[in-house]
Design a binder for this molecule. Structure first.
Ligand code: ZN
Length: 167
């Protein structure tokens, strides 16, 4: 056994990062601590994942990610008009509010946010809130460890408490 020294496919990476769009800080691990993920399995956006290969523990880097390698281009067609009545009556709807819609055909839940409230319907924007944005990351690799067989099978990192989700 040798210690892991570089980010490579199939290892668990512990990462600190900040995300800025233009000059505005959008996300940071300063408060909640580093994220952990399985490198190479699409747990994080492709443009960031690709930039991490070969990085060493303690190494820092600035990474700029274009929309197509981040949260996608903004899609002006990606809106869904839904009846107002599908929301609970006591729900206080407001612009920008995140909502989850259930797509019966695909049997899956999609996330969006309220773009417009009309008389009987609500327009839900299904674009990711960061779609179309160029993302400026500053990253620091703070830990590496081998993935467990279960993590590789599931294709994602498990927390330090073990398997704590219900997939
Ligand atoms: Zn799992």
């Amino acid at each position: 056994m040798t210690a892991l020294e570089n980010v490579e496919h199939g290892v668990i990476v512990k990462l600190e990062y900040t995300l800025q769009i233009e000059d505005e800080m959008v996300e940071s691990t300063d408060e909640e601590g580093p994220i952990e993920f399985l490198q190479g399995y699409g747990e994080i956006i492709p443009g960031l994942e690709a930039a991490l290969y070969g990085m060493q523990i303690g190494q820092e880097k600035d990474v700029t990610v274009d929309p197509e390698d981040g949260y996608g281009e903004y899609d002006g067609e990606a809106f869904e008009e839904v009846p107002l009545e599908i929301f609970p009556e006591d729900m206080d709807l407001s612009l920008g509010m995140p909502v989850e819609l259930y797509d019966e055909d695909a049997d899956e839940t999609v996330e969006g946010f309220i773009a417009e409230i009309r008389t009987d319907t609500v327009m839900v924007d299904l674009n990711h809130p960061l779609a179309g944005e160029t993302l400026n990351f500053h990253v620091k690799v703070v830990g590496l460890r081998p993935a467990t067989p279960e993590e590789l099978e599931h294709g994602h990192a498990h927390g330090e408490d073990g398997h704590d989700h219900d997939e």
